[in-house]
Each structure stands twice: as C-alpha cells, then as structure tokens.
Design a protein around this ligand. Structure first.
Ligand code: SF4
Length: 699
C-alpha cells in the first residue's frame, strides 16, 4: 500500500467528515487534516480522530468463530461459510424462503447495502430484509415522500445554513452528535441569523440558541400545529406560494386552527409568548429552515410530526426556495445511501418501490432474473426482530447490534436467542455477535473502498488506505462466497467499483439516480449530489456530464403535478403517557464520545475514559423527591424492564423527564426500557418517550 496520505471519510456519523489517512506501524493509520472537504474543512470530533484505534484493537476479530458445544471457537473460513450456507439452505427447504431473515445497517457502504438487498431477494428469495436505519430516519423519509414526493435528508447543502435568516432545529443535539457541523450554526448567528432549538433538555446545542423551547417529550407535533395556527391567525401565510406550489392547504389549515395556542401550551409546556416569538423569528426573515432529527422522528407519530413541520414550511413559502426549506439531519454514516439501494423492506435500488411493477421489471433486468421471482415487501425492522424464533428461523446480520440498539432490547435479545441459527458479520464481538452460531470477521472502513451518501445527499468515495489484517474478508466477499454455495454463481462481484457500476444501472431513472456518478468523478469532484443521471438519460440530448443536484425542488417538487402536498395532521398522545404507577417521562439520546450501540467506540480507550458508562439525568426537584444525590445509583423502571445507572442531577432537563444515553449494555442498557410502539406509516418505534418510575437502588 502507498505510504502517502489517502483522502477518505470518517466511518461514523452522517456528516462523513473528510480526513487523510497514512499507514503507520502496527497495522493502523494516522489521521491528518483534510481541509479540502467542504463539510468539515479539516475539523473532526473525538470519535473520528480516534477511529484508527479500532483497526488495531486487541479485541479485533481476525478469525471466523463457530459455536461448538455452546462456545464460539476459531474456525476456517470454509468451515464457517459452509455452516452458514447449509443452515440457510435447510431453513429454506424446511420452512420456505421467508423463514430466512436478513438484517443490515446504516453504516454499510452503498455497494454493501445494494448487494445485501440483492442477496436476500435473489439468492435467498426472502422478503424478510430490513435494517437498523429504520430506527433512524424512517419517519422523516415517509414525511418527505408524502409532502415532496422524494426523501433526501437535506434538500440543500449544509453551506446554505449560514446564509439563511432563521433555523428551527427540532430534537437535534448536534453539538454532541456531529460537533463539526456546529460551525454552520455559529456562522448563521455571526451573519445576523437566529437559531431556535427545540429540545426537552438544555443541551450543548440549545446553549448556542437565541431561543430554546423545552417541550414535554412526545409533543413536537402539537408544537408545530400551534405555530401554524399562529401563522394563520397573524396573517403570515404566503398565499401566492400556497396557491402556486402546493395542494391540500384547506384541510391542513382547518386541522391547525383546532390547535389554539393556549391548548398547545397545556400539551407542550411551551408558553404562548414563546410560541409567538418563534413565529416572529421564523417568519420575519426572507429565508428560513426547519431541520428535524431523532427527537420528533422517533415517535409513534413521527411521520405526522414531520408532516406538521413541513406544513409550517409550506404555509410560510419556505420549501423549494433558495436558502430555505425543510431538512432531516440523518444520523448514521450511510443512513442516507443505506435507505436508497434496497436493504429496506419495501424498496429496490434507486429508491424504487418494491410493489411497483415497472420498478421490479427494471431492477430484475439489471439482475438478470424474472421480475415475478422477486419477493414482495417484508416486515419492518422491529417487526422482523420480533418474529425471530417464530416465523423467522435463521438470520444473517451485517453491521448492526440490535441487542443494544433495538427498543425493548431485553425482549429482542430473547428473540435472538430463540433463533434456530444466527450468523453475524462484524469487526468485534458485539453483544449480538456473542449470541451467534457463526461470526465472520470483516474488513473496516480504512481497509476497503466504497461509497457512502452523507446527510446532504452528497455521494462520497471512501478509499482503502491500509491492507486488512490476515484472516478478515470484506462483506462483499462474504456475500459472493455464500451466493456461490447457495447455487447462484454469477452476479455478486467482490470489487466495489464493479458493484457500483451495476448500482448505477439499477438506480438509473429512479428517484435516487446515481447513473451519472463514477468513482473517477467522486475522487476528482470531492463528491457528487444525487440525482445525477447519466448524460444519455437526461432527456436533453446533452453529451455533457450532469453536474449533480445540490439543491432540490427549486422549480418543482417531485410529485406528479410538481406541487408539494400539505398533510392534515392533529395532535395525539404518545403511546404511553405517565400515570400513577409510572409517573415520569423517559427520553433517550447520545453523548459526544460514543457512537450508536458503542460496538466500536466502547473499544477505544480515550473515548471510554471520556464516557465510561450510562447515567440518569434528572432535575434537582425530582432527585429530591426520590432522595437521590449526585452519583447515587438510580433504577429506572418501565413496563418492559429496569435499568440502573448513576444519577446526574441538573437543571438542564424538565422536572417531569429523565434522560439516559443508549450506548451501553448491562444493567444500564437504556433500551431495556424503551417502547416499541410503531408509527403506522414509517414503522419507527417510539424511542423518544415512554413512562417510567424511579427507585433508589435497594428499595
Ligand atoms: Fe466522524 Fe461524525 Fe465526528 Fe465527523 S462528526 S468526525 S463524521 S463522528
């Protein structure tokens, strides 16, 4: 491998910060600043800076493991792959193809996500595939498709943020989740714009805001409706825009007018003067944005909540205008690309619908199979995990750790244990991998080439900078080997660029059209925004390469008539509200030094020292009632289980709410408590609010 620096991107969050990697002794790399990538301009958070530690970690897996006599023991690759193939074959023969499940991840590259969807549908013939991105952005995706006909996290680049007039940031603590992005908001304020943060906690992000609203968890929908009510009542509707560019306003308006500000104040705890101030700050500048993240989205009414915020943008003429609009801050590294290329239960590559006959024909032709042989839509992520051990007998899992990250996690852990067979591909023995019958050690970010699509819809090239250790193989090689053993000898290349070339053809003409993007362009242009049709598919007769599309919807929305749709929505309660037995609200989230289920970051000494374990954040009034002092172990009990962690007492949280980060396993596993009530459209579980009671430990 070359000793010069290789430009690439961070393995963790959806910002996909640029970095340079240089190989060093010990099988790892040194990270250096890469100032040419416009998103982070060289800045990295601690997770990105320390990511090389996982490459050479002493707990890195470098040999397949096969369960024998109840214990995982080292095995050869052939032995491990043969075992997986024979178990999947047997399951199919005895119970049918849908008894085989496949579970992917939002961290997989586009090439892997694409191949995993193809593997499930072509090799296994199963409809039962979904991925952990369902737990991340599915409500925003569903809301965006309903309103705009298309979901791309941000329909504009991050660099537009400093030039807008006002940003309402709903349920995002990006100062901790993606710290380098904070500079866009700092520059916004330096330029005279304002930042409004909506979060039940006064987070590090909220501390930067001009206005912080702290609604009761689970009431963001009512809050957006109250703001829209005031927009109408104060005569701030952009009537011409509504007439020219939208449909469905009257129904949405009528629904909003039923949400009087005083009623909204009672539901949310946000005062009427705060609501009025928000409307003033949002409506007075020429441009403004609403950005949502997991706070409003991870609710059993997440799709409607996103719809309510989009309605606010539409009524005020913000969406599809320069420096304005609605966007979602996707979380996982390839959360955006991961949902575009076919590992989602209801989708085919190019963001095509699996139940669309034309989409099936197109993709089947690229895959060289009969469209009628492709299975239909399968179960969503939680429903798939919940069916393990009953309808689904065998599972292949790649790039996910649901024992820590799924809601009602103790139940999901039991479902996983009840499987007839589990195979896991991972780089370390995660809590889920530890339950497997076969574990395959796979290559990591710096050891392989592939593309990801960041939260802006910018397709990026991650480049191999180091040779992988002996004993590991790439996920693409795993799928190729399994396909071979299961009788499909063609169509599963192991070269990422070859996979990408096929993905380009499969996505051509779809909503997420990558057909005009090549590895060469990605390297030369530092990323390309989709849609980017191939020159011969632009319909213009132009031989020129398409430049990509940094800004969507400026002329028309992606609906058949080009108009955005208002969606009439009304407030409804969370699936679980506090009562006499469970009188407190729990909300969950992240800390800066850990990432998702912690499978990688908990293996990095520096990050562990900074964030060694979970905690229960609670208000002094609640702590006093409980009789708990700072650091005392506190038990948080929900209808699903009990978690124990030290108290962290702060006035930065509402007195009716406690917060726990969800990165850990063991007695402090926050997802033991969370509620798997699902959004009816997106099938997103209600991670962000459930009812709990607190106990001092020993009581
Ligand atoms: Fe990596 Fe995200 Fe940190 Fe950037 S902000 S260094 S992409 S984890």
């Amino acid at each position: 491998m070359p000793n010069s620096a290789t430009p690439t991107h961070c393995p963790y969050c959806a910002l996909q910060c640029g970095m340079n990697l240089t190989p060093v002794e010990g099988g790892t790399v040194e990270v250096s600043e890469r100032a040419d990538f416009p998103v982070n301009r060289g800045a990295l958070c601690g997770k990105g800076r320390t990511a090389p530690a996982v490459l050479s970690s002493r707990v890195r897996l470098t040999s397949p493991l096969v369960r024998s006599g109840g214990t995982l023991v080292p095995a050869s690759w052939d032995e491990a792959l043969d075992r997986i193939a024979s178990e999947l074959s047997r399951t199919r023969a005895e119970h049918g193809p849908d008894a085989c499940g496949v579970f992917g991840g939002g961290g997989l590259t586009n090439e892997k996500a694409y191949t995993l969807g193809k593997f499930a549908r072509v090799v296994l013939g199963t409809s039962q595939i979904d991925y952990n991105g369902r737990f991340c952005m599915s409500s925003a995706a569903a809301g965006g498709i309903k309103a705009f006909g298309l979901d791309r996290g941000l329909p504009f680049p991050l660099e537009d943020i400093p030039r807008t007039g006002c940003v309402i940031l709903v349920g995002s603590n990006l100062a901790e989740t993606m710290p380098p992005s904070l500079r866009f908001f700092t520059e916004l304020r330096e330029n005279g714009g304002t930042l409004i943060v909506i979060d039940p906690r006064r987070t590090k992000t909220a501390e930067q805001a001009d206005l912080h609203l702290a609604p009761r968890p689970g009431t963001d929908l009512a809050l957006a409706l109250g703001l829209l009510h005031l927009v109408v009542a104060e005569g701030r509707v952009d009537e011409e825009y509504v007439r020219e560019r939208t449909a469905g306003w009257e129904e949405a308006r009528a629904a909003a007018m039923a949400h009087w500000p005083e009623y909204v104040e009672r539901i949310t705890g946000v005062s009427v003067p705060e609501l009025r101030q928000t409307v003033r700050m949002f409506c007075e500048p020429e441009s403004a944005m609403v950005l949502t993240a997991r706070g409003p989205e991870q609710q059993s009414k997440g799709t409607d909540t996103v719809g309510a915020w989009i309605n606010l943008c539409l009524a005020t003429g913000r969406a599809g205008r320069p420096l304005s609009g609605y966007g979602c801050l996707t979380g996982q590294g390839n959360g955006q690309g991961g949902r575009e290329h076919g590992q989602k239960a209801d989708q085919l590559p190019g963001y095509r619908k699996l139940d669309d006959p034309a989409a099936r024909r197109h993709v089947a032709e690229v895959w060289g199979v009969d469209p009628d042989s492709l299975p239909g839509p399968g179960r969503s992520a939680y429903e798939l995990l919940d069916a393990l051990g009953s309808d689904i007998k065998s599972l292949l899992l790649m790039g996910s750790n649901p024992v820590v990250s799924a809601p009602h996690a103790a139940h999901i852990e039991e479902r996983i244990k009840s499987l007839g067979f589990l195979a896991v591909c991972d780089v370390v023995l995660s809590e889920t991998a530890a339950l497997a019958d076969v574990v395959l050690p796979v290559t990591q970010w710096a050891e392989e080439t592939g593309t990801t699509t960041n939260l802006e819809g910018r397709v990026l090239l991650r480049q191999r900078a180091i040779t992988p250790p002996e004993g590991v193989r790439s996920d693409l090689e795993v799928m190729r080997e399994l396909a071979d053993r299961l009788g499909v000898e063609k169509g599963f290349p192991t070269d990422p660029e070859e996979v990408f070339e096929e993905l380009r053809r499969a996505s051509a003409g779809g909503a997420a059209d990558y057909s005009g993007i090549t590895y060469r362009r990605l390297a030369e242009e530092n990323g390309v925004f989709w849609p980017c049709p191939a020159p011969d598919a632009q319909g213009t007769g132009s031989p020129e390469a398409h430049p990509g599309t940094p800004r969507l919807f400026l002329d028309r929305f992606a609906t058949p008539d080009g108009r955005a749709r208002f969606v009439p929505v009304s407030h409804r309660a969370a699936a679980e509200e506090p009562d006499a037995e469970y009188p407190v609200l729990l909300t969950t989230g992240r800390v800066v030094a850990q990432y998702q289920s912690g499978a990688q970051t908990r293996r990095v000494d520096e990050l562990n020292a900074a964030a060694p374990g979970p905690f229960v954040e609670l208000h002094p009034r609640l702590a006093e009632r409980l009789g708990a002092a700072e650091g005392d172990p506190v038990a948080v009990v929900s209808r699903r289980g009990r978690a124990v962690a030290p108290a962290r007492i702060t006035t930065a949280i509402r007195p009716d709410t406690v917060f726990m980060p969800f990165h850990w396993y063991g007695e402090g596993r926050a997802n033991t408590l969370t509620n798997p009530a699902l959004d009816p459209t997106s099938r997103m579980p209600e991670f962000k609010t459930c009812a709990v009671r607190l106990e001092t430990v020993g009581s």
